[in-house]
Design a protein around this ligand. Structure first.
Ligand SMILES: [Zn+2]
Length: 74
């Protein structure tokens, strides 16, 4: 039985990929659950907005403000 470095590297790569996939899944689950309150102003995010964008963590006003700021800086 001859196991070269390549086999070990492949195994490690697989493990890392599976770990990353697990983290991504966990994050997606958190995002899918969505936030009820805006992270910026603590106002409730409307259910319509949460349905349209389940990953939204800001209310529409704060999201718009943030996008404008980013646009000005960039
Ligand atoms: Zn807000």
């Amino acid at each position: 039985m001859k196991l070269g470095n390549a086999a070990f590297e492949l195994a490690e790569l697989r493990t890392a990929q599976e770990r990353d996939a697990g983290i991504s899944r966990a994050r997606a689950a958190v995002n899918a659950r969505g936030r009820t309150f805006c992270v910026d102003c603590d106002e409730p995010i409307s259910s319509a907005r949460r349905q349209a964008m389940p990953s939204a963590d800001r209310c529409l006003a704060c999201q718009t403000k943030k996008e404008r700021q980013r646009g000005r800086r960039g």
